[in-house]
Design a protein around this ligand. Structure first.
Ligand code: ADP
Ligand code: MG
Length: 256
């Protein structure tokens, strides 16, 4: 079964149609990249998948594990197994990274079973240690306040650690406007590559071809004017790097 199926999705923001019938299927174990010029609706897609209330779905379906999830709130989607990495994560002074992650895990467990007592502290510590080792993170990081004074790269690390501990089935990473430096790019990419496996489907949204030098997607899609206009393999990203978007624009003059 496909993990995530987006069918003819139409989305409006403040009365203006931004997504105009977008189709995309992501299976677990697959890494997809969406690329496209600024303003084509890539972030709109990410926010809509997460269930942001400012984005009105006017048509189509989002099917996750066989169920239409359009009626689910953002937190319900998260507990169902969808993870969205925020472009601009909020800081929570007074709450450590470890506390935050334990709360998130427990909230998910309780949603699945109201009787659940939560993960024990020793089990949590063991798990966290494993994940941090996998991501080559300094254990001291877990004791810092979430995003409080974090550098761009550290915020990315916190995000990837969250992804590692929550074990989503679909992870969506919108990296479009965040001005990622090479260091942050590398962190995100190494994290995604370390977590990549048969249980995880990944959708990386990016304006920059260079991210794809680190994350190797099997599928590359080009988005323009609210729809996916071209899909292919990694060669498509290379073609964009060489030729830019003009050839796509020309090919799709009627939509661009
Ligand atoms: P991309 O991520 O591809 O650069 P966006 O999804 O951010 O594109 O934006 C697509 C279009 O939707 C743009 O014209 C943008 O101005 C508009 N838009 C997106 N989000 C909002 C919002 N919250 N309020 C108003 N307009 C928005
Ligand atoms: Mg964007």
């Amino acid at each position: 079964m496909s993990a995530l199926e987006i069918k003819n999705l139409k989305v409006s923001v403040e009365g203006k149609e931004i997504l105009k019938g977008l189709n995309l299927t992501i299976n677990q174990g697959e890494v997809h990249a969406i690329m496209g010029p600024n303003g084509t609706g890539k972030s709109t897609l990410a926010y809509t998948l997460m269930g942001h209330p400012g984005y009105t779905v006017t048509g189509g379906e989002i099917i996750f594990k066989g169920k239409n999830i359009l009626d689910l709130e953002a937190d319900e989607r998260s507990r169902a197994g969808i993870f969205l990495a925020f472009q601009y994560p909020v800081s929570i002074p007074g709450v450590t990274v470890a506390n935050f992650l334990r709360t998130a895990i427990n909230s998910r467990r309780r949603a699945a079973n109201p009787e659940d007592k939560g993960i024990s502290i020793p089990d949590f510590r063991t798990m966290l240690k494993e994940k941090m080792a996998l991501l080559k993170m300094d254990p001291a990081f877990a004791g810092r306040y979430l995003n409080d004074g974090f550098s761009g790269g550290e915020k990315k690390r916190a995000e990837i650690l969250q992804m590692a501990t929550l074990k989503p089935e679909i992870a969506i990473l919108d990296e479009t406007d965040s001005g990622l430096d090479i260091d942050a790019l590398r962190i995100v990419s190494e994290g995604v590559n370390a977590l990549n496996g048969p249980d995880l489907g990944v959708l990386v949204i990016t304006h920059y071809q260079r991210l794809l030098n680190y994350i190797k997607p099997q599928f590359v899609h080009i988005m323009m004017n609210g729809i996916i206009v071209e899909s292919g393999g990694p060669d498509l990203a290379l073609r964009l790097e060489e030729m830019g978007y003009d050839w796509v624009r020309e090919k799709y003059e009627e939509v661009a």
